[in-house]
Design a protein around this ligand. Sequence first.
Ligand code: SF4
Length: 182
Amino acid sequence: MQIRLAADLQPDSIVDGEGIRTVLWTQGCPHGCKGCHNPQTHSFNDGVLVDVEEVIEALREIKHQDGLTLSGGDPVCQSEACYEISKAAHEMGMNVWCYTGFTYETMLQNPKHRKLLEQIDVLVDGKFILEEKSYDLHFRGSRNQRIIDVQKSLQEERVVLVEKYAEDKKISRYEKPSYMFI
Ligand code: SF4
């Protein structure tokens, strides 16, 4: 099996989910969000095709990571390959976050997407909506997007958000924290 990637695995990210993470940049996205930061990842013909086994081996070589983040592009468009890579990441002791323009509810309706959810710990779902963009959000670009605890959601058959990220960041970039006034 192969996967179309936009770039090499990127280790040591601290902005694509909790902790220190390796990012898998998939190529191809159908959503066309206005203001997207990665328009070069939209085409389903660009990027490079790589064997999934090769990606897993490369992931195995990267040390001291808390997790793997599937990003892009939209990783859900290559759900079978992402399933295999995510399963391997779990076997390596990493957690898995996934960014997608699809919603959790839409994913549930597609058997391949539903299967990928079984290997996702945290899903950041929904298109990026420029009018709802905010810098006060944890690990997401616009207010409509949700940070979902996938395994709890599957278990409880309802959307369960990751509570600590459901609210805005405590300290706005425009406010001084209280200790600065001492
Ligand atoms: S889903 Fe993500 S990659 Fe795709 S167009 Fe929207 S912001 Fe860009």
